[in-house]
Ligand binder design. Structure first.
Ligand code: ZN
Ligand code: ZN
Length: 329
């Protein structure tokens, strides 16, 4: 089968490998579309999260069941997406049922074969049945949308509040879209220095978009760091309104140095947000496949897996020309 595999930093290869054989307790899924995630780029640029190479990458997908264990509730032809997380079930967070905070959290595509392949095997408990989606491509966005749904739930956002999202990549813009379309905030601004990303933010229906976060930060009740830059984070804290809440929904490739004294004197709240719960995935699936939330603006290219190296290079470059790249299998 066709697969996209990680061989190390900046070394992603298209390969023909042996078709995956599901274990008796697993379902086999034919992958239709799979998306490159920001975390795949951390793997690509810095080698984060992965130990054993080569590995089939990818954790965002939509596909159709080929086979499923008897009694699993799934049958051949069902449209599905999956929960790609691998939680340890043993740490303190897992014992408390707080799986997004698992101390040993891993994903398919990192710790076991992922979905950048024609077929992926997954336990039925991890699958989410989809009403046959009108647009299969958008259904491949359920996992990143769940990240945004989860982050927004942690914000206790009120309609009278203003939000600023710093970083107009896929997660930043999905958070902005959820705050705008689901929570109906008074205003949702997006700051990103990249002009291409500003254009996508406007295409997403956001009115306040610009390069300079300091233009919006003094007004914002909620600031979201979806950029992962220490310099930007420091500016957010320096220019934030007193009593504002800062949500971190980014991974820093270089650990940030920031003036936390400013956060103390303003009595800011700093809150982290990481991945999602099963309910967040189900809610994201509903938003896309049933409520008609339109996220077509985020998909910038659909490539064949043979073009994997090109796709990763396009996303990893300093000049942005792409938002979300999907592979069509
Ligand atoms: Zn993802
Ligand atoms: Zn755990």
């Amino acid at each position: 089968m066709k697969a996209v595999r990680n061989y190390g930093i900046r070394d992603v290869r298209f390969e023909e490998i042996e078709k995956v054989v599901p274990k008796p307790e697993e379902a086999l899924i034919k992958v239709d579309y799979a998306g490159i995630c920001g975390s795949d780029l951390h793997i690509y640029r810095e080698g984060m999260f992965v130990e054993d190479l080569p590995e089939t990458m990818g954790h965002e997908f939509v596909g159709h069941i080929v086979s499923a264990p008897d009694g699993s509730g799934f049958k051949a032809g069902d449209a599905v997406t999956g929960d790609p997380r691998i939680v340890c079930g043993k740490c303190r967070a897992c014992s408390d049922g707080a799986y997004p905070r698992c101390e040993n959290l891993a994903f398919i595509g990192e710790a076991r074969p992922g979905c950048f392949a024609e077929y992926v095997a997954l336990e039925p408990e991890k699958l989410i049945l989809l009403k046959e989606p009108k647009d299969l491509k958008q259904a491949a966005l359920i996992e990143p949308l769940a990240v945004a749904v989860h982050a927004c739930k942690r914000m206790d956002a009120a309609e009278k509040e203003k939000a600023l999202i710093v970083g107009g990549g896929p997660i930043g813009l999905l958070i902005a879209a959820v705050l705008n379309e689901v929570y109906h905030l008074k205003s949702v601004a997006v700051a990103d220095i990249d002009e291409y990303r500003q254009g996508v933010a406007r295409a997403a229906g956001l009115a306040e978009v610009g390069p300079d976060l300091t233009a919006y930060a003094p007004e914002a009740d909620i600031i979201v760091d979806a950029a992962g830059s220490g310099r930007a984070l420091d500016l957010m804290i320096q220019h934030a309104k007193h009593g504002s809440r800062l949500y971190i929904s980014a991974i820093y490739e270089k650990l940030p140095v920031v003036d936390l004294n400013a956060a103390v004197s303003k009595e800011m709240k700093l809150i982290g947000s990481n991945n999602y719960d099963r309910e967040d995935l189900e809610e994201a699936a509903r938003l896309i496949t049933e409520d008609g939330m339109d996220l077509s603006w985020i998909i910038s290219s659909v490539l064949f897996p043979e073009q994997a190296a090109e796709g990763f290079e396009r996303l990893a470059g300093a000049v942005k020309k792409d938002m979300k790249i999907l592979f069509r299998f």
